[in-house]
Design a protein around this ligand. Structure first.
Ligand code: GDP
Length: 300
């Protein structure tokens, strides 16, 4: 279970604190719930989500007449799973019978290029014909980095020189992908945060070029977020989703944080499904998000 390995840091921290809590309190009382609240907030579960969860736990404890602190643990995992499963059917990618175009957006350093490489690998493994578009013409080294991934996983990268117009790169990439009868076109974009207005305008232009060539494309706009950045990731999600239609989230570097509760905050506080999670730097370290496995990974 990849989730189990990827969530080691979160689990160690969370379970460790939970055990400590149960040991210190023994009985489920108001103070117990306050401490539990702190633990959940420190795991980046998000204040609103924690409030909802604590309310449900209190109800459930009353209903089932739970007095012993250790008996509340299974209820916590139950409630977390319930919370996550609400919209689970949305986690599947919107794949087309003809070419599927997926646009990746997000700020520099979150793991966009790595995620594109990992997904390219996954599609290749499924026998699909994949093309990648080097649409981040701004960040130094972004094009080369995508090419390294291209070589690693055996996928062609369509590029122009650094500094060129990303919309022109997309136009080229779509023509190339069409003539190669590609099943999937994975498009990188720039992620400089210094100039939000320009960035969002550029994204809109890229999207316009894509949909002019293929009317219902892009079929997915995946926002990549770095789980280690906590509330910053949440505010990036809000910024991007305000100015562009984001169809799903990829949450990277879950393996690198003890605050893996961020998944819950994102699921509960944004109306965008988490479609994939990154659990390491290797090409296999990308998992479809599955609520059950995630919760299992947290408590296993
Ligand atoms: P970009 O600027 O958004 O394209 O980010 P990159 O793809 O260059 O990734 C930035 C760094 O994060 C690189 O060192 C990646 O290896 C690393 N990275 C990306 N995804 C993950 C992940 O899921 N887990 C870990 N541990 N590292 C990751």
């Amino acid at each position: 279970n990849k989730f189990k390995d990827g969530l080691t840091k979160t689990r160690d921290s969370f379970v460790g604190q939970m055990n400590e809590l149960v040991k210190n309190y023994r009985t489920v009382d108001e103070e117990f719930f306050e401490e539990l609240e702190d633990i959940l907030i420190s795991a980046d579960v998000g204040v609103h989500t924690v409030m909802d969860l604590i309310d449900e736990l209190k109800d459930e404890a009353r209903r089932r007449n739970i007095k012993d602190a250790k008996d509340i643990q299974p209820v916590i995992s139950e409630k977390l799973a319930e919370m996550l499963q609400k919209s689970e059917n949305e986690t599947k990618l919107n794949m087309q019978d003809t070419m599927t175009v997926i646009l990746f957006v997000g700020v520099n350093g979150v793991g966009k290029t790595t995620t594109i490489g990992k997904l390219a690998h996954r599609f290749k493994q499924e026998g699909k014909n994949v093309v990648m578009a080097a649409g981040d013409t701004f960040r130094a080294g972004a094009i080369e980095q995508l090419e390294v991934w291209g070589e690693r996983v055996g996928v062609d990268v369509i590029k122009q020189q650094a500094g060129s117009d990303p919309a022109a790169v997309m136009f080229d990439a779509i023509q190339a992908a069409k003539s190669r009868k590609a099943d999937v076109l994975l498009c990188d974009t720039a992620g400089r945060l210094q100039n939000k207005v320009n960035l969002m305008n550029e994204l809109e232009k890229v999207k316009r070029v894509i949909s002019r060539e293929i009317s219902d494309a892009p079929h997915e706009v995946l926002l990549v977020l770095d789980a280690t950045t906590g509330q910053n990731a949440m505010s990036q999600a809000k910024t991007f989703s305000k100015s562009t239609d984001v169809s799903g989230i990829v949450l990277t570097k879950l393996d690198g944080t003890a605050k893996g509760g961020i998944v819950l905050a994102i699921r509960n506080e944004l109306d965008i499904p988490v479609k994939f999670v990154g659990l390491g730097e290797g090409m296999e370290d990308l998992q479809e998000f599955e609520a059950d496995q995630y919760v299992h990974g947290l408590f296993a």
